[in-house]
Write a protein that binds this ligand. Structure first.
Ligand code: SF4
Length: 497
């Protein structure tokens, strides 16, 4: 079993003996002190234990001290985190004012090195150390925690060459840095391996823990599903990835990323901690049944509801059960809940369903929620869970960033309009990203998408490449749909999906 070591971030203790902590991120412009302080206050009030701020440049890094002082004036002592892209100099300044800094390994290895497939481990460690040492010194002096955050989709050419764009590649990329910190005896670390694909995120974390155990290492782990989107899809994707791992005792801090008001992220995250965190474990009532082969469908896993629903495959009441187990029988799990609200049910049931599918090989799921939700609602939760795990894809898939101070467009509004304009393309992945920091990278894994490119403007992408530049956000949803239809007509792109 993995036990994460205890470390301190500001006034919080992280590690195996402590509660799982909820993190969120502001969406305000960091230069706007009043708006940022107000949003931090709202997040803390809603139960957020750590707040991350976007820090694009030196001006914003210097602004952190003012924000920190203002928060203290209001009696708010929440640990702050910054995420610095591209500029290690900015990280050095920011690390003096905040409790934790997130670094992306890609920013500390020059391009020519990151694509050098011949480089030895020793040479690579030397280069990483040289580039990281100034930050290590500042963080040691100020007791600032460093999170090494590897995201799927931003792996170096060298890692891609060796391991492909895989969970294993993510772990290897992270461990190159962990080993340098270990040599320097810097233990104030948090680790994360995130992905927008739920199965990839789960697998990467399981591999990471296995690797840490093998090497006798122990660090707190931060969990999150990136670009989960909004509404039920966003909640279910985050719940599965985070909840599944929390249930296994993995995870010390969590961030639910939603393309919505960040307060909503905190509400969902706290529900996950309450249900699956190490101090309070949710115990669903689950029955197993074996269903005769004649009821079994070709497509598995099956969606089963108690009564009839237009979304489900089978009605529980029509099933024939048998006590004998043989090869021609299907494993059906019935998850019983004590009458939860729809919002609560989607969070806990999606985690239970994913555990049953991934760990118990269930082939069909039925939710029984004491009639508090309708059969259609229960079926919708089961279907979204299958879709998030790519076990059964029945809708267009959306990946959308949660927005932050770097966004130049209204991502939440764009996502809603794009969903309306592009629903009904099962198997198609559409990306909606607020800026060009993570946007172009995320587009390489999407079939179509838009990325914020200046105030109120977006670039439209097809297969990872820009198709139209500088489109006003009002007309972007319809233009995106036209581009999809054009591709569909041109080369049966969608038919082949
Ligand atoms: S894509 Fe840009 S705007 Fe969206 S969360 Fe990432 S950095 Fe922020």
């Amino acid at each position: 079993m993995y036990r994460s070591a205890q470390i301190k971030i500001g006034n919080l203790l992280l590690g195996d003996q402590n509660p799982v902590r909820v993190q969120s991120m502001t969406t305000t412009n960091t230069m706007d002190v009043e708006a940022t302080v107000k949003q931090v206050f709202e997040l803390v009030k809603s139960g957020c234990s750590l707040v991350r701020l976007a820090t694009r440049n030196m001006q914003e890094a210097l602004q952190l001290e003012i924000i920190k002082n203002k928060l203290h004036e209001f009696g708010i002592d929440v640990p702050l985190i910054v995420d610095v892209h591209y500029n290690p100099e900015v990280a050095i300044i920011a690390a003096q004012f905040v409790e934790k800094i997130r670094i992306n390994p890609g920013n500390y290895i020059p391009e020519e090195v990151s694509s050098d497939i011949e480089i030895t481990n020793r040479e690579l460690s030397g280069i990483i150390f040289k580039n990281l040492d100034p930050l290590i010194q500042v963080c040691t002096k100020n007791n600032t925690v460093i999170r090494i955050g590897v995201n799927h989709g931003s792996l170096s050419k060298r890692i891609l060459h060796k391991y492909g764009n895989t969970p294993m590649g993510m772990v290897e990329s992270l461990m190159e840095f962990v080993n340098v910190f270990k040599q320097e005896k810097f233990d104030n670390l948090v680790l994360s391996v995130k992905a927008s694909d739920v199965s990839t995120m789960i697998e990467a974390n399981l591999l990471l823990v296995e690797r840490l155990v093998d090497e006798g290492l122990s660090y707190p782990i931060h969990l999150g599903v990136t670009e989960a989107g909004n509404d039920i899809e966003g909640r279910i994707a985050s719940s599965i990835g985070i909840g599944y791992l929390l249930k296994k005792g993995i995870g010390d801090t969590i961030r639910v990323s939603l393309t919505e008001n960040p307060v909503n992220e905190v509400v969902v995250a706290n529900k996950l901690v309450e249900s699956f965190g190490r101090t309070n474990s949710w115990t669903p009532l689950i029955d197993w049944k074996y269903v005769s082969m004649k009821m079994r469908l070709k497509i598995i896993p099956t969606i089963i509801t108690k009564g009839k629903s237009s979304i489900s495959d089978l009605s529980y009441n029509d099933l024939e059960f048998t006590n004998e187990l043989s090869d021609d029988l299907q494993k059906l799990a019935i998850c019983n809940y004590p009458g939860l609200s729809f919002d609560e049910l989607m969070l806990v049931a999606s985690v239970d369903i994913s555990s049953l599918l991934l760990d118990e090989n269930a082939e069909g799921i039925c939710i029984n929620n004491s009639e508090a939700t309708t059969d259609d609602q229960n079926a919708q939760i089961i279907r979204e869970t299958y879709q998030s795990l790519d076990l059964r894809v029945s809708n267009t898939k959306y990946v959308a960033c949660p927005t932050c101070g770097r966004s130049t467009v209204n991502v939440a509004g764009l996502l809603s309009e794009i969903k309306k304009a592009t629903k009904g393309y099962p198997g198609l992945k559409i990306g909606v990203m607020g800026c060009n920091v993570n946007g172009p990278g995320e587009m390489t894994g999407a079939d179509f998408g838009i990325v914020g490119a200046g105030l109120g403007k977006v670039d439209v992408y097809v297969n990872g490449k820009v198709k139209h530049r500088g489109i006003t956000e009002e007309i972007a949803p319809e233009m995106l749909n036209s581009v999809i239809l054009e591709a569909q007509n041109k080369d049966s792109f969608i038919k082949n999906k």
